[in-house]
Design a protein. Structure first.
Lengths: 322, 322
């Protein structure tokens, strides 16, 4: 058997795995390593730093990679998309706001559009505007997201796709960090998985070593969803999106006291940003999902991907032989 | 192939499926129907109404069934456990508080103890006190629960069991409503699934027809987790546990305004309870999980179970042949 799916066929990749375009952490080295190992690697376009993106595309070398954007942020600096499209990326991934008009611009260049959604209602919109791939992201994911869980969101969107647009592909995101998770999301009806936290915990990811250590020491119970780190960073995320991070003294102090935090924003913003730069994980938050409890080593991304695929094949084959 | 697992072997059942002991909804007719169809059926002991439990065990007829309890509530009327143990139930299921001293009392009668947990920390405790089965319940479940998602909680607890007590069985709960979900949780390392919402949406469940209709009309985006219905019902749930229900005008009005609700408790309690009795789903809440979006008909429980098993087998076999 193999794990070939419609995703591997459509993108000409070996394994049905996409690395999530995590802001700051997913640079060209990570995207390139995932691509070299047979997945689809994505650079995290984040909040739109053109010089950083240039560096990261360079770091991916000759390996074809794609790029992801935070859609509401891209609306503030749409010229970043033009610069990325000029590089003929393998795909462009949009999440966190209506995908238009960007999706149309991307498709006009014959570049595949991947739309990540957090609700069934947004999935319907992504299908209607012609997304090539819909990614159903569950709340267990690290970083920004919403409230639905991967376990129910994936099959519900699979049914929607089957009835409305059977050629649209579907990937699962949120909580998938090993072969068990990859096998599970294929059973749920996905054509592949978008994996974030597990690749965040790779040697190629651009992550402070203290944050890696904090994630390795954590179990999955130790994360929370909150907006306080966005308030502290003065990033205007739409309120429906919160970020999953490791709980620390900062979230313990401010979560549920968002108005007080806004009143102290100047002081707290400076403190949080200094702590982020220094890797002070008790003040700045470590952006990782519930899958932290499934991650026990920082390893090369290619080895991680190889193992996930082997484990998934073994899980499916083991079960089918009983 | 078959879906035989350690769970089917240990309990002498045909399918690796347990029906959740949902308070009020899971009576003897449902538990008996699930048992007759080859699963393990559980009566919902709920908040400890001895006369109701007598009726429900009678309604199960000759079919062996088990019984579940809300552990913190059982602590207030522990004599209910004695009455249930005297019936030699197939298993006793404990959730929502430390399982002792009840687990020891149950095991002393050689009756299997099933401990449902919502965190890795509680799973460690359940393993340590000798639970026969640990149920990892994700937040997508209907009714009471916590914040972890099924997709990560199951494999993390599977690893804990493997390292600490390999003979302990593991089931997944939360978001499993069809064969895709059952196949997925087997891939995640579970020996079986505890299914709630899908059996709640059966002909045998004790549910007001208006609530069934509301769930059929809902998609998975339409649920929320809150404590407001417990405040309105004057049931003293520990604050860590919230209940997933369909959003309605009651939750829209009071969620986030819990202190105001307490100040209006007399009036709101009477209103909510009247609405519950009358099936007014805009005031009383419909207790169903995110899986509402996967449920499209109210059917006999036995047919539901048969289809789930056939779908799961097909999902695994289809994938293994590629």
């Amino acid at each position: 058997m193999s794990l070939s799916t419609r995703l591997t066929e459509r993108f000409g990749i070996k394994h049905p795995v996409i690395s999530a375009p995590m802001a700051f952490a997913a640079g060209g080295a990570l995207a390139g390593a995932v691509g070299a190992a047979g997945g689809l690697g994505l650079i995290g376009g984040g909040y739109g730093d053109a010089a950083w993106l240039d560096e990261q595309f360079a770091a991916a070398g000759n390996q074809p990679v794609g790029c992801g954007f935070i859609t509401w942020s891209l609306r503030k600096s749409p010229e970043i998309l033009d610069a990325v499209l000029a590089r003929n990326p393998k795909a462009v991934f949009l999440s966190f706001d209506d995908p238009e008009p960007f999706a149309s611009l991307i498709r006009a260049r014959s570049i595949p559009v991947i739309c990540q959604v957090q609700t069934v209602r947004d999935a319907a919109r992504a299908i209607d505007i012609g997304a090539d791939v819909v990614v159903a992201q569950g709340s267990e994911a690290g970083g920004h997201g919403e409230r639905r869980a991967t376990m129910t969101l994936v099959p519900e969107i699979a049914d929607l796709i089957a009835s409305r647009s059977p050629a649209t592909l579907l990937c699962a995101a949120g909580g998938i960090a090993d072969g068990r998770g990859l096998a599970a999301c294929l059973m749920l009806g996905a054509d592949g998985a978008v994996i974030g936290s597990r690749f965040w915990a790779s040697r190629e990811a651009l992550v402070h070593p203290n944050m890696h250590r904090a994630a390795l020491a954590a179990c999955g119970d130790d994360t929370t969803r909150s907006s306080v780190m966005d308030i502290a960073r003065r990033i205007d995320w739409p309120p429906r999106f919160t970020a999953r991070v490791l709980r620390n003294s900062f979230t313990d102090r401010w979560h549920g006291r968002e108005e007080d935090l806004r009143a102290n924003a100047d002081e707290e913003a400076a403190r949080w940003r200094k702590a982020w730069a220094e890797g002070d994980v008790d003040v700045a938050n470590t952006f990782v999902g519930e899958a932290a409890g499934l991650i026990h080593a920082i390893e090369p991304a290619g080895e991680i991907l190889d193992r996930i695929v082997r484990e998934a094949e073994a899980a499916i084959q083991g079960r089918s032989r009983i």
